[in-house]
Design a protein around this ligand. Structure first.
Ligand code: GLN
Length: 502
């Protein structure tokens, strides 16, 4: 812990995880006291923020007590005793897992997903299941069947999505860490809109076992945090091969915090011109341009002569592949095996139809219909197969650009957080908020959103895209940038004000 820092649990809530861990190990605070202070703050914020579908205070306190025993025994891991929020798409066997859907109201999985099992083994303290768009389909958390989460910078605005609850609670100072999932931007986009860091790992870096599936070839679980070191700590705790997920890579997991301070002298940063063009709000462009100048001042070599000619096709490619996979993955919700089940029809087929009609929200139904159409005989070649071919082109263009650059840099989102309801009637407008993040999932690469300024008083994020399995380079650049800027240290006042007793 930094010299002179206040070790009381309340003061520690705003400290980075690495400082919290030092205080815990030094015995300056117990995991139980930290958990109690965290729960008290989260509860005070919830009426204004609604970041959680389920709070799990009993589980948190039991985990904290177990962490205290480990700390006393001296066998603590870096995350032992650290509070964390978990997106409610991740199966937990002792807490309801809803995926933000009425279809799974009350659902108790029989196992923990691998990432949660790893966090529990590390001694982390889960405080609750965070809100999300239904089945992770959306960009605002307004498609949750459990109500919208608010943006802590402006409670009339969305936190982004689909992992909006995870981002909002970290940004508001509720927990220092959270897990989200990212299929097309669902970690990076809410991280940008809430002013924190969020990282989508390389496809295959983190296990998807026990993660409720949306689009299996695109999604990864990843961390939210308030600085690069904490982001690396959480990534290191969840990454690695998993025999239960055949798509995980059998590669060793590096220490993601080891290289942070190395600096970025000589680092080659490419700026794809197609992703800094039209459709960008002026305030976002200004913030990203200023960040480029700062990275150059830190010694990075900025190259604006980079082109990804096919990247403009990312939105249609994504909105064919993701719904196609979703239509297959969501076929299991038939009212027979688990989840909501209607029983008031004249026969089995009517019951199944009613189950899916009442259990799914409109956006999920839209995806299932698009996907079923794109996969049907006669259309498969025209849509799905063609999208797969363009996917290969996009992937190759990224690989070529990253052969001569260490990182690519883009804005994370075209604009700042939008107002609640603003895009609800216009699915395409909602889809466009992931314009810069979707291509990275299509290519399977790692990328993070890093706070890089404000526009209209709201946070702006820049996206750093790395080579496959080179998350460390992204974290190193984020850390270097944070040594000369303080955007990541800015905290919203809106929730604190709303949570004050009047
Ligand atoms: N907003 C995108 C969608 O609706 C991405 C969601 C995600 O990354 N889970 O599909």
């Amino acid at each position: 812990m930094a010299d002179g820092a206040d070790p009381t649990p309340g003061a520690l809530l705003d400290a980075p995880v690495h400082e919290q861990a030092c205080a815990l190990r030094a015995g300056a605070v117990t995991a139980r006291a930290l958990a109690e202070a965290t729960l008290a703050r989260v509860r005070a914020q919830e009426p204004a923020l609604h970041a959680y579908i389920t709070l799990t205070p009993e589980l948190a306190l039991a985990a904290a007590e177990a962490a205290d025993q480990r700390l006393r025994r001296g066998d603590a891991a870096p995350l032992t005793g650290i509070p964390i929020a978990v997106k409610d798409l991740l199966s937990t066997c002792d807490a309801e897992t809803t995926a933000g859907s009425a279809m799974l109201r009350g659902f108790r999985p029989i196992v923990d997903c691998t990432v949660v099992a790893r966090l529990r083994a590390a001694g982390a303290v889960m405080v609750g299941k965070a809100n999300l768009d239904e089945f992770a389909m959306g960009s605002s958390t307004e498609y949750s069947a459990y109500g919208s989460t608010r943006n802590p910078w402006d409670l009339e605005r969305v936190p982004g999505g689909s992992s909006g609850g995870s981002a909002a609670t970290v940004a508001a100072g509720g927990v220092p860490l959270a897990l989200g999932t990212d299929t097309g931007g669902s970690i990076r986009q809410p991280a940008a809109l809430c002013g924190i860091l969020g990282l989508k790992p390389t496809y295959g870096r983190v296990s998807r076992f026990g993660v409720i599936a949306f689009a299996s070839s695109l999604e990864q679980v990843g961390p939210f945090a308030r600085d690069a070191e904490d982001l690396g700590l959480l990534l290191g705790a969840i990454a690695g091969h998993d025999p239960l997920d055949a798509t995980t890579a059998p590669l060793p997991v590096p220490d993601y915090t080891a290289d942070l301070a190395r600096g970025i002298e000589g680092l080659r940063v490419g700026v794809p011109r197609e992703l800094l063009g039209e459709g960008l709000e002026p305030g976002v462009r200004e913030a990203v341009e200023a960040a480029l100048a700062q990275l150059a001042a830190l010694g990075a070599r900025i190259d604006r002569d980079v082109s990804l000619p096919s990247v403009g096709a990312s939105l249609p490619v994504y909105y064919l592949i993701a719904p196609s996979e979703a239509s297959a993955n969501l076929a299991r919700y038939d009212g027979v095996k688990y989840g909501y089940s209607a029983h008031d029809g004249p026969g089995m087929w009517d019951d199944m139809e009613q189950t899916r009609d009442r259990g799914f929200g409109d956006e999920v139904k839209r995806r299932i219909m698009i996907g079923t159409y794109a996969l049907s005989a006669g259309y498969y070649d025209a849509y799905y197969l063609k999208a797969q071919k363009v996917r290969t082109l996009i992937r190759r263009e990224f690989e070529a650009a990253l052969a001569t650059h260490d990182l690519l840099l883009t804005p994370t989102t075209p604009g700042v957080a939008f107002r609640l309801g603003e895009k609800l009637g216009d699915p395409l407008a909602m889809y466009l908020s992931d314009l810069f993040t979707l291509p990275v999932n299509i290519a399977g690469l790692p990328a993070a959103s890093i706070p890089c300024g404000f526009a209209e008083g709201l946070p702006v994020g820049m996206q750093l895209i790395g080579r496959a399995f080179e998350e460390s380079t992204i974290l190193r650049a984020a850390h270097a940038y944070a040594t000369v800027t303080d955007w990541h240290l800015r905290r919203p006042g809106a929730v604190a004000a709303a949570a004050m007793p009047s």
